[in-house]
Design a protein around this ligand. Structure first.
Ligand code: ADP
Length: 558
């Protein structure tokens, strides 16, 4: 009761006063009309009047404490009057049990207890007084003893109930306070974080979003809450192509329960249509193993992107510059090996062959760097397709790689070409890069005594809708294979398998990264199966329609 606002307490006291007035005056009238105990009846009417006046006093003085005391005192007096007069058929003491209930409810645990103790003392004093005055009591001592005992239990019960209720109430209050404090802290953290933070429900609809996120995206909070994040904020990949909703990392963490966290670098589109580069990290929120939503953080990486871009530009420039001396060395050593500068001794030939092989490796590395920097800048590689007969093309590449890589190693190399494979429209440089990388990996990662086979044939696989099918180039080896746990990393930039790092120290882990990017751009595909210490099979699919041409103009939309 004490926790209730004052106006509610006044209203409750008003209702109690009305009930008290009605009950006491009715009994008073009974006693008067009955003629049995008119004295008691008049006294009750007076008390009922006091209760009514007490409430009127409260409306005037607004002193609630005084009015509560007045009301309870009037009830106490009424009970004593009934006690001393017996009430109807000596049953007036039934009213005693109302008192603790009303006192506790109106004044709270401690005051309620004091008022009830007051009733005890008043009853005992009245009994003793009557006894000493030798006035006849309406109740026997045993009745009074029983009355006080039951009253004690009722009071104790209410007291304990009140105590527990207060404790629960204060706990609830505390946890509410804690919750509010946590909320204030969380709001402060979210507001002061420089990164954009968004939480969504399991349908990807925005539940909360912080100020930096809104500032970056140009939307207002009201416009975003409850809306699909993916629809409001389109994402664009590095090459400038829109990322499909199903490929967005938010969709992935929401739809694939086993994928709890994902990151990406892409461009976000602002409300006004402009874009900015972002690094995004999205994590699913799980309750009992069920995805209930996601939390995403993102930051504007314009500066980092500019630095990366500058770095890639530098690598492109340096690689271009290195190409010229490398070609000159290649050209000069070839002349020397052809005997254009006179006959060579065996020693001279061996040294020049070594120079030629090392120079060739440098050429491969520089080419790889050039392609990687082009990919990193988000630019498309130039693709100029021309008709290529795969059989002679692959055969020459394979022999060159064998010459360069086999050394003293003995590997049984077989080639098989289906006769119905037509000439394909391919960019010679890119086709060379793709096939060379896969062939050299098979040779490099197969120990002496092993076997490498190249099999070229037609396949029904349609790489694009409406395609006629594809040509598959399957390169199988009986080499070291790829460890199971590393299979999903082999297309990563600079990744090298833990099982081959000590066996082949020349690789730089760029080959498959490049091959995959080229295939993605020209409309091809690749796949592999591998078992450690047994071997690997890499399959490259090229569309029968040939590579998708591209003039090599930069598509970079940054
Ligand atoms: P590199 O050959 O320069 O290390 P790649 O990108 O061509 O780089 O290959 C990445 C990694 O994939 C290799 O380091 C190797 O661990 C693994 N790999 C590729 N091809 C094979 C293969 N045929 N057999 C075994 N491992 C392979």
């Amino acid at each position: 009761m004490n926790s209730l606002p004052e106006e509610v307490r006044i209203r409750v006291l008003g209702i109690y006063s009305a009930l008290g007035f009605a009950a006491i005056s009715t009994f008073g009238l009974f006693h008067i009309i009955d003629g049995n105990n008119p004295r008691l009846g008049y006294l009750q009417l007076v008390i009922a009047l006091v209760i009514a006046l007490n409430f009127v006093g409260l409306r005037i003085t607004k002193n609630l404490r005084l009015a509560l005391a007045g009301f309870l005192l009037a009830l106490l007096v009424m009970l004593m009057v009934v006690f001393l007069n017996g009430g109807i058929n000596n049953k007036g003491v039934f009213w005693f049990f109302f008192f603790p209930i009303i006192a506790f409810f109106l004044t709270g645990r401690l005051q309620g207890l004091l008022w009830t103790i007051g009733l005890f003392l008043a009853t005992i004093s009245a009994t003793i007084y009557m006894h000493t005055q030798s006035t006849a009591l309406y109740y026997s001592f045993s009745d009074i003893g029983q009355l006080l005992t039951i009253l004690f239990f009722v009071t104790a019960g209410i007291y304990v109930y009140e105590q527990v209720r207060e404790r629960l109430q204060s706990k609830e209050h505390e946890s509410r306070q804690d919750f509010l404090e946590e909320k204030v802290k969380a709001d402060a953290i979210l507001a002061n974080i420089d990164e954009g933070v968004v939480t969504t429900d399991n349908e990807g609809k925005v539940m909360t979003i912080n100020k930096p996120a809104l500032a970056m995206l140009g939307w207002t909070k009201k416009e975003m809450i409850g809306k699909s994040f993916i629809s409001l904020v389109p994402s664009i990949d590095k090459r400038g192509d829109p990322i499909k909703p199903k490929d967005r990392i938010l969709s992935k963490v929401l739809e694939e329960p086993e994928l709890s966290i994902a990151s990406s670098n892409s461009l976000f589109q602002r409300r006004d249509g402009s874009t900015f580069p972002v690094a995004v990290l999205t994590r699913s929120m799980l309750v009992d193993g069920r995805v209930v939503g996601a939390i995403g953080t993102f930051r504007d990486i314009t500066k980092e992107s500019e630095i990366d871009h500058a770095k890639s530009e530098f690598v492109t420039l340096a690689s271009h510059q290195l190409r010229t001396p490398i070609s000159a060395i290649s050209w000069a050593t070839e002349l020397l090996l052809h005997g254009d500068a006179g006959e060579l001794t065996d020693n001279q030939r061996e040294s020049i062959e070594q120079i030629y092989a090392s120079n060739q490796r440098s050429a491969d590395t520089v080419e790889a760097m050039l392609i990687v920097s082009t990919i990193e800048m988000g630019s498309r590689l130039p693709v100029r397709p021309e008709a290529v007969q795969l059989k002679p093309f692959i055969h020459v590449l394979l022999r060159a790689k064998m010459k360069q890589l086999l050394g003293t190693k003995k590997i049984d190399v077989r080639e098989q070409y289906a006769s119905d494979v037509p000439a394909l429209q391919l960019d010679i440089g890119l086709a060379k890069t793709i096939i060379q990388n896969v062939l050299s990996n098979a040779i490099k990662y197969t120990p002496s005594g092993g076997k490498v086979t190249v099999d070229v044939s037609l396949n029904d696989k349609k790489l694009t809708p409406g395609s006629e099918g594809s040509v598959q180039i399957i390169v199988t080896d009986t080499g070291y294979g790829i460890p199971e746990s590393e299979k999903d990393r082999i297309y990563e930039k600079m990744f090298r398998g833990s099982n081959i790092r000590t066996k082949d120290t020349d690789g730089i882990g760029l080959g498959l990264y490049i091959v995959r990017h080229i295939l993605e751009q020209v409309g091809g595909e690749m796949s592999f199966v591998s078992q450690q210490n047994t071997g690997s099979t890499f399959t490259i699919y090229l569309p029968l329609e040939g590579m998708r041409p591209n003039t090599g103009m930069s598509q970079d939309k940054k």
